[in-house]
Design a protein. Structure first.
Lengths: 101, 711, 179
């Protein structure tokens, strides 16, 4: 009933939105949210392909692993943001340009 | 002990003394003079022994003492060093040894040994007030070297070794004439002496080379005692028309004598050489150096007379020699008349007497020339040393009287016979010998023989000239003696003079003995009364040197009467004119001679002429042409030019090529990289988002390209 | 148009709208809340895809843990960037361009892949069997135990790491910065 392409298109658009958020926002947390959107888009992609493929369980396993990775990355990222905030009282990434020439 | 070995040893002690004094003993005055006098004594002893052996050996001329060793290899042959004692060198050795020894001993007193060093005296200037000379040791070193040179010359057996000795003496004359180098006049005189004798030496060297190229040897025995060689040389015409080879070589060698023995025209150095200390004057002008010139010409007599024998008209060479000798004799005698310095008179006298000897050789009077050489050495040395004693006495007088006058000017002297008796009597003997006082003095016998020879061989021009010169000689000698010793003192200095020390007067006495007795070995057989009492040993002995023994002249009265006459007349007139010259008066001859006197006093202006002709051009050449134009202008100009060009090339390379191109390139690369870097590093904003955007943008573009164009 | 398609369209549109709001909101708290909406929408989509377990995991991990954490940190760093400050950086247009280009590209790409038009195959096993299979596969030595263990280690590392990073340096400098 629902063709695969709908899910894929949805995931693509969601991914691009997340990408815009990751690239265009100044606030580090907003960037993190953009990244979460992107990760979720890939998850949707994975599950859609699992469902519309051979139904091998590895589709779901992969998705679970992605979940774990996303969680870990979110945790570390937030810790970093807090650490940077403590140091420089700013979380605007264009003010954190210490690797500038 | 063989005479050859002893002969080798004769020149060695003085050269050893020279080195020892120069290198070691020169601070110790006593040690220096002990070394020098001791060495000379040793040489004298050896010379006497050899002389004794020589006169007692039979036919020394045919079997001389000879020994030689090879020295310098020249291709197939060698130059040798060797000794030869034949009669000529034996008698020469005799007089050289005696006169040098006397002079050495005299020098001790002359340079005021035993007196304290005056603190006012400067090194290089004569002592002012009778203190010991500051350069005492140096003097003895130099005269030792001088003695070495002369002894080498006398005993040598070849022309090269003779020339070596000759040149050593030339050097020593330079060193000793300019001994008191602080005096400007001495400096000029030393150079004048050296350069003038050098002119003669150049010709002599040419003659030496010519001889060597013609005969292939320089050994005396091989050339001069060898009939064939002499004959060949006499027959071969030389490069100059009219002269045979022998004649030309002889003439060239004679030029050496002209220089060394101060004959006209190279006489100008000898009077100026009086700047040196008096022992030096005695050494150079009596005992050694000028005698070397005459010795050379006597030695080469066979060469000069090759192809000639007595009775023939003179060859061009011999005519030249005789002319120069006779002319010089008269020329110098006239100048001596007008000189006031006691040493200058003796200097011109020496030139004149040397002219006698040269003239004797020129007319072929070998024995007479040799005889006069030897007697002259003794009485001239005596006269010079005596004049030194006079000067010392006068200087003492100057110091004592505190009035400064020229201690050497005869017109400040007078009455010194009372103050300085030993000097007076010995000087008188010497002066009489010089004048040729009959019988009792050696000079008479030798001079008479020359005149006899000239007359007998019909060389009338030479005879008259020499007789005239003899007259003048007697005149000026008596003038000298009268002005110096007789009459009353003409200055305070003369009043306060005193006799010299024994080390100075003892040699005078010894030489006086020789001045009297030396002539008695050569009394001619035909002489009235005295002839035959003593054999003419000299003629016999020395005649053996030549291949052909010169034959004895028969006696003629004219030359004897002439010589006696001119001698006595000259002496009498000299005393007469000068016996009452008061202090401050001019020379009595000034009025009668008038302008001629001025000419004589200025030595015929020869010095001025040579200065104009030779000295000034030489200075101009050296100063302006060589120094300023060539050395500074051309050579330095080239160097500076090279320097400047190098600098310009360097600057060009640096500024036009190195800096803009090389440095520029390097800088451009660096600058370029820096600028490109600074333009590009703007990309490194440090903002990760921007890096990501750029990356993704390009990825997206690539993806679009892949999709839409599907390559 | 079946019910399922309709549900899908509604949920998808809602999620996309919420995603747009996430990236465009000026206030960060609003963005975080819109994020929760997105996550929820995705959970619904998981249900539509017969992956019920994953839907629950989505809710439990993403919404309950991650989104809440984000909200907490937003609260903590409120002062740093209030709503008054600019929220986008200076190259936002470039980012927009990038996203659009990527989207258009991907969509064009999908257009060319007819395989994507396929329908879902029938699901024979029921949910419980699937879940069993999933659990067993994660610990089966021959299957996916290794990724599982690696994921565990990763979580451990992340845990330790974030603690270390967020550890206050020392109380003194902490207080200095506060005052």
């Amino acid at each position: 009933m629902i063709p695969l392409s709908w899910y894929i298109i949805f995931a693509a658009i969601l991914f691009c939105v997340g990408l815009y958020g990751a690239l265009a926002r100044r606030n580090a947390l907003a960037i993190l949210m953009g990244i979460e959107l992107m990760l979720n888009a890939t998850n949707v992609n994975l599950v859609a392909f699992w469902r519309y493929g051979t139904l091998a369980i590895r589709g779901q396993v992969f998705t679970l692993i992605v979940f774990a990775v996303a969680a870990a990355e979110a945790a570390v990222g937030l810790a970093l943001i807090i650490s940077i905030y403590r140091r420089r009282t700013t979380i605007a990434v264009d003010e954190i340009n210490m690797m500038k020439w | 002990m063989q005479p050859e070995i002893l002969t080798w040893l004769i020149p060695l002690p003085p050269i050893l003394a020279f080195f020892l004094i120069v290198l070691w003993a020169n601070r110790n005055n006593r040690l220096s003079h002990m070394l020098a006098v001791g060495a000379m004594l040793l040489s004298w002893g050896l010379a006497m022994v050899v002389f004794g052996m020589a006169i007692s050996s039979e036919h020394l001329g045919q079997h001389p003492f000879a020994s030689s060793i090879a020295w310098l290899q020249t291709g197939e042959t060698y130059f040798n060093i060797g000794v030869l004692i034949d009669p000529l060198s034996a008698v020469a050795l005799f007089f050289v040894a005696w006169t040098c020894l006397a002079i050495f001993v005299y020098s001790i007193g002359y340079h005021n040994f035993g007196k304290k060093r005056d603190p006012d005296d400067r090194v290089g200037l004569p002592p002012k007030a009778g203190g010991i000379d500051p350069m005492y040791a140096r003097f003895f070193a130099f005269i030792s070297l001088f003695a070495f040179g002369m002894l080498t010359l006398v005993v040598s057996d070849n022309l090269l070794l003779l020339f070596i000795g000759w040149e050593i003496m030339g050097l020593c004359s330079y060193l000793l004439i300019g001994f008191w180098y602080g005096k400007d006049s001495a400096k000029r005189a030393m150079i004048k002496a050296f350069i003038t004798t050098r002119v003669g030496d150049v010709f002599m060297l040419l003659g030496l080379a010519y001889l060597y190229s013609e005969t292939g040897t320089l050994n005396f025995r091989q050339i001069l005692y060898n009939e064939e060689v002499l004959h060949t040389l006499a027959e071969t015409p030389s490069v100059i028309a009219g002269f045979s080879t022998a004649g030309l070589i002889g003439l060239l060698l004679f030029m050496g004598t002209v220089g060394k023995s101060a004959q006209w025209p190279l006489h100008v150095w000898l009077p100026d050489a009086m700047e040196g200390p008096t022992p030096v004057s005695a050494m150079i002008h009596a005992a050694t150096m000028v005698s070397a010139g005459v010795y050379l010409v006597l030695r080469f007599f066979p060469l000069l007379t090759a192809g000639w024998h007595e009775g023939l008209p003179l060859t061009p060479t011999l005519s030249t020699v005789a002319f120069i000798g006779a002319f010089t004799a008269l020329f110098a005698a006239t100048i001596a008349l007008a000189q006031n310095d006691i040493k200058r008179v003796l200097a011109y006298s020496t030139i004149s007497q040397l002219g006698y000897m040269v003239a004797a050789v020129g007319i072929g009077a070998y024995i007479a020339g040799a005889f006069h050489l030897i007697t002259h050495a003794f009485f001239k040395a005596l006269l010079f040393l005596g004049s030194g004693s006079v000067i010392h006495g006068m200087e003492h007088g100057v110091h004592a009287s505190h009035k400064h006058v020229d201690a050497q000017d005869m017109f400040n002297m007078g009455g010194l016979r009372l103050k300085m008796p030993r000097t007076f009597w010995t000087f008188l003997i010497g002066g009489l010998a010089l004048s040729g006082f009959p019988v009792l003095t050696a000079g008479f016998w030798s001079k008479d023989e020359i005149l006899a020879d000239a007359f007998a061989n019909d060389h009338h021009a030479v005879f008259i000239v020499l007789a005239l010169a003899a007259f003048l000689t007697a005149f000026y000698t008596m003038r000298q003696i009268t002005l110096t010793f007789l009459g009353k003192p003409r200055s305070a200095a003369a009043e306060q003079a005193h006799e010299s020390v024994w080390s100075m007067t003892a040699p005078l006495l010894v030489l006086a003995v020789f001045a009297v007795a030396a002539g008695w070995v050569g009394i001619p057989e035909g002489f009235p009364v005295l002839g035959g009492l003593l054999p003419n040993w000299f003629h016999e002995f020395v005649g053996g040197t030549l291949l052909e023994h010169p034959h004895v002249l028969s006696f003629t009265a004219v030359p004897l009467l002439t010589s006696v006459g001119v001698a006595l007349t000259g002496l009498f007139l000299g005393w007469l004119v000068y016996r009452r010259v008061p202090a401050g008066a001019a020379d009595p001859l000034t009025r009668p001679l008038g302008p001629i006197y001025r000419l004589l006093q200025n030595k015929y202006y020869f010095d001025e002429l040579y200065d104009f002709l030779f000295v000034r051009p030489a200075y101009w050449f050296a100063e302006t042409f060589i120094y300023r134009w060539i050395d500074r202008g051309l050579i330095d100009g080239i160097l500076h030019g090279v320097g400047r060009t190098a600098l310009r090339i360097g600057s060009f390379l640096r500024n036009a090529i190195d800096l803009p191109i090389v440095n520029g390139f390097g800088d451009a690369v660096g600058e370029g990289v820096k600028r490109a870097g600074s333009r590009f590093r703007v990309i490194q904003t440090g903002r990760v988002q921007e890096y990501l955007v750029v990356g993704l943008l390009f990825t997206g573009l690539l993806l679009s390209y892949v999709i839409f164009f599907q390559p | 148009m079946t019910i399922v398609q309709l549900v899908f369209l509604l949920v998808a549109a809602g999620a996309l709208f919420a995603a747009l709001m996430v990236v465009l909101s000026k206030r960060l708290v609003h963005a975080a809340l819109w994020l929760i909406v997105v996550l929820a929408g995705i959970a619904v989509l998981f249900v539509l895809l017969n992956a019920g377990f994953l839907a629950v995991v989505q809710v439990a991990v993403y919404i309950d843990a991650i989104a809440i954490l984000i909200i907490i940190v937003v609260m903590l760093t409120q002062r740093a960037m209030g709503a008054t400050k600019i929220q986008v950086n200076r190259n936002w247009w470039l980012a927009l361009l990038t996203a659009v280009v990527l989207c258009v590209g991907l969509l064009a790409l999908f257009n060319q892949m007819p395989a994507l038009q396929s329908q879902a195959p029938t699901l024979e096993a029921d949910a419980e069997t699937l879940l069993d299979d999933l659990g067993v596969s994660l610990v089966d030595v021959n299957r996916f135990i290794l990724p599982f263990e690696v994921a565990s280690v990763l979580l451990l590392a992340a845990l330790i790491g974030s603690i270390m990073i967020a550890w206050p340096r020392d109380s003194a400098s902490e207080e200095e910065r506060e005052t």
